[in-house]
Design a protein around this ligand. Structure first.
Ligand code: SAH
Length: 338
């Protein structure tokens, strides 16, 4: 196990169990979450304790396997290598007044969305809490910047790796670690309604983004197998519960796939579905994935859809495309590598 996978409470317990003073746990926690890569770097920890830690735990940050930088907008995409050789994708973007990072939550994905490259080879395994955090630590070290915004929108379905995501969130929020406020974190999910309700009860008020992609169950089922398990009625009521508990405005993501969910009639049905909710729609002209036959909407079709939503009182934006010259959406880079 990686030392960084422990919660602070677990680390304290462990330190106590080996007869060390509790303040050692605080010191070690700080070092690990500052992104050290070897026990030697913990200069205020006695050698014998450092040796013991090395015997029982792994100290490892994801390594840079490949790094691509966009000449258009400075977006940086990483393929990171985990200690078992698996490869994940991480992207750093300039965003408003700071750096935003898009991180992966699993190696692969088992949700099977028809337009998504991340799911083409299924799920290999979950990422551990520190493999999720390690993407942030690695990028901060490599770029020499502090990341100010985190979006969990890379490879994987975060709520399908629930416990590890919760440990990760608590660890990066901790003042003696990365110290990132929950308001600066957004989790995107394909809509595991029961897990959304559980998350709402955690008192971890992060922003929620829902991959909706269709205004009816019928259309949604053609794009997302998860729609067979959770109806829109169930999903929307889970979203309402999340909003009641956290008061965070929910974002609904909608990938526009030509002629599958892209007509203005669907925009009107979507507006009806979302009416009265404090939310925002993020439209994403679909990034065609080679292995699938999805077609992107034209600029006009995209704008018509947006206008139809707005005319019915629903806020909508079209997602800015970043890093277009260095290989597009989530999972594509990793797939090329595989
Ligand atoms: N599993 C999570 C996070 C992953 S992806 C989720 O489903 O939300 C982040 C967003 O990109 C999701 O809304 C996803 O549906 C969308 N997406 C995936 N592939 C895409 C593609 N080829 N074009 C446009 N959006 C895509």
């Amino acid at each position: 196990m990686n030392l960084g996978d422990l919660t602070k409470a677990q680390l304290k317990e462990y330190i106590k169990s080996i007869g060390q003073s509790p303040f050692r746990a605080d010191q070690i926690y700080k070092w690990i979450h500052a992104g050290i890569e070897a026990a030697d770097e913990m200069t205020n920890i006695p050698l014998t304790l450092r040796q013991k830690l090395c015997e029982e735990f792994e100290i490892f940050l994801p390594a840079i396997h490949k790094k691509l930088e966009s000449k258009l907008d400075g977006t940086v995409k990483y393929l990171l290598r985990l200690s078992d050789g698996n490869i994940i994708e991480t992207v750093v973007m300039d965003y408003h007044h700071g750096k935003s990072i898009c991180i992966s939550s699993q190696v692969g994905c088992r949700m099977g969305c028809s337009f998504c490259a991340s799911t083409l080879h299924g799920l290999t395994r979950n990422l551990s809490p520190f493999e999720i955090e390690g993407q942030i630590l690695r990028a901060q070290k490599d770029l020499g910047v502090k990341i100010s915004n985190v979006v969990i929108m890379g490879i994987g379905e975060p709520l399908d790796n629930y416990d590890n995501i919760i440990t990760f969130l608590k660890n990066i929020n901790d003042e003696s670690g990365v110290g990132l406020g929950y308001r600066h974190i957004t989790l995107s999910t394909c809509g595991l309604a029961d897990k959304i309700r559980t998350l709402a009860d955690e008192e971890i008020p992060i922003n929620l983004a829902i991959s909706l992609h269709a205004p009816t169950d019928e259309v949604r089922k053609t794009l997302m197998p998860v729609a067979n398990a959770y109806s829109l009625e169930n999903l929307m009521s889970a979203c309402d519960y999340y909003f009641d508990k956290t008061h965070r405005r929910i974002t609904f993501e909608y990938a526009l796939v030509k002629d599958k969910n892209s007509h203005t009639e669907e925009a009107r049905t979507l507006a009806k579905l979302l009416r009265g909710r404090n939310c925002h729609v993020n439209l994403i002209p679909v990034n065609p994935v080679m292995e699938r036959d999805n077609i992107r909407t034209s600029e006009k079709e995209t704008q018509d859809f947006k206008k139809a939503l707005e005319s019915l009182g629903i806020n909508a934006t079209v997602r800015r495309e970043l890093g277009a010259d260095i290989n597009a959406s989530c999972g594509q880079l990793r797939n090329n590598e595989l």
